[in-house]
Every structure is written in C-alpha cells, then in structure tokens.
Design a protein around this ligand. Structure first.
Ligand SMILES: [Zn+2]
Length: 274
C-alpha cells in the first residue's frame, strides 16, 4: 500500500516539473514566426544584432536604448530592431525604416518611440552610417552641469570634435525628455552639428554616431569609459586635468582610428558565442 502511494506521487512531481518547463518554453513557441529581413546583407544583419548585445553586455544599453545602421545600398533607409530590450534582439526583430522613421513593413510590431533620433541624424549627416542612442549612465553629470565632456583617454579622442548638450526645453517645456517627434529629432541633429561624434541629451543620455557600426559601438563604449575617467580625474586633480589635445586627437583619429576593429572582433565573438 505504501509503495502504491509513493509511485503516483513521483509521477505527479515529474508531471509538475514538465508542465513548469513547458510553460517556460511557451513564450518562444507562441511568438509569431518572423523571418529575418531578406533585403539586409547577412553580415550587416549579424553586426546589428551583435551591436545590440555588445552594448547591453557592456552596460552602455540597459533595457532601453537602441542601435541603427544605414542601409549600405540605399542611403534613405536605415535598419533597427522593433521595440525590444537590446540584449534580446535577434535577426527576425530587425526592421527597415525610411528617414522619416516610418517602418516599411510594420506587421503590427511595436516601435521605439525615440526612433526619430536616428532618422533625423541620418538626414542631417550623410557621413554617418550608424547611431547608438543610450542612457549611458556616467555621461549624465556632464549633461546637467557646465563641465564639458572632453577626452582624457586616447580611445575617446573623437570627443575632441565636441560633445554638445541638447535640451528638450528648447522645443517643448515640461516634456518627458524623450525624442518623440521629428521636430525634436531634427533639433537634436542640429545640436550635434556637422562634425561632432557625440551629442548629450540633458538628464537623459547621449547619441553617438560613426561612419560604421563597429566604430559606433566602440565610440559609445569609450564615451561611457571616458566620462567615468574624466570624473575620476576631476575628483583627483580638479582644474589641473590634462586633456588629449585637439592635435593629438586629430592624429589619433587619423592614424589609430582602426583600433575599433580588434575590439569589434573580440566583442562580437563574446556575445554571439552565448
Ligand atoms: Zn532615450
């Protein structure tokens, strides 16, 4: 009798574990089947997925923020994920947008409300082929004080091109600080100007631009690192901080510019191996 009782109990426990497992799997199984975009080059698609995951792994992007890349054949289009935490982005989440940030084939998917950052900067800056918008935590103090973000680190020499601060109050009072409209995106792009690689968003984060996706990832990461190190340098040395000079920055950007390639090779492998 005792043996008869124990066996069914084991079966019940096993069944419960199986049901729990299946419920955990259910969201993935129930998600609508979506194909990766056929028009996007495989390498660019892989890089865009990797860029999302690298920046999430490095703490530049959290559950929010986004990365885009301009279409390599049509400069009036760009690619970006549907609204999703960057660490979760897969090839089937990538969508195509025009420069007014309208999706070409929405399929009912949710969109990033701040996509206008991307479309409006691509319009204003033909030299830009990739953009990262993040809430990079250590840049915030530089967006709410008069201390300019400047390069203290050779890998952040691009900050020598300027890191202006955009304030949404120039367009809209009492907003939620998000870049929710083409007008706000265009005003942000205007503040970025024709040469800067970084624009800070007051009390919000930054937008980092580059001519390639690996370089945009590199710059977004080293913008965060430089902000951290600049704060440490100011805490130690006050006004006596020695910054990278404009001449050094120009040389570095010209001659050491390809250093992002080795970082990209490592970072991409780290996140895609998981
Ligand atoms: Zn944002």
């Amino acid at each position: 009798m005792r043996r008869f009782f124990i066996m069914p109990l084991n079966v019940v426990i096993a069944w419960g574990a199986l049901v729990t497992f299946m419920m955990a799997q259910a969201p993935a199984q129930m998600a609508p089947a979506a194909e990766p975009p056929a028009d996007l080059e495989v390498s660019l698609l892989d890089d865009l997925v990797a860029a999302n995951r690298v920046l999430a792994a490095k703490g530049v992007l959290d559950a929010l923020g986004h990365v885009s890349v301009r279409d390599s054949h049509n400069p009036n289009r760009y690619w970006m994920s549907r609204s999703l935490a960057p660490a979760l982005v897969t090839p089937s989440d990538i969508m195509e947008f025009d420069l007014d940030s309208n999706p070409l084939d929405r399929k009912g998917r949710a969109l990033y409300v701040e996509r206008f950052i991307h479309g409006e900067i691509y319009k204003a800056r033909p030299d830009v082929n990739a953009i990262v918008h993040s809430h990079s935590p250590t840049v915030i103090p530089f967006s709410v004080t008069k201390v300019p973000l400047q390069p203290v680190l050779h890998n952040a020499s691009f900050l020598s091109f300027g890191a202006p601060v955009f304030d949404t109050r120039t367009i809209a009072a009492d907003s939620d600080l998000l870049i929710r409209s083409p007008a706000l995106g265009a005003a942000l792009a205007k503040t970025l100007g024709s040469t800067a690689a970084v624009v800070l968003l007051r009390g919000h984060g930054d937008a980092v631009v580059a001519s390639s996706l690996p370089d945009a990832v590199f710059r977004a990461y080293y913008t965060e690192i430089n902000a951290r190190e600049q704060e440490q340098a100011i805490a130690l040395g006050g006004k006596d901080v020695v910054y990278i000079t404009p001449g050094e920055a120009a040389t570095r950007e010209k001659e050491g510019h390809q250093s992002f390639a080795r970082s990209w090779e490592l970072w991409k492998r780290e996140v895609m191996a998981k």
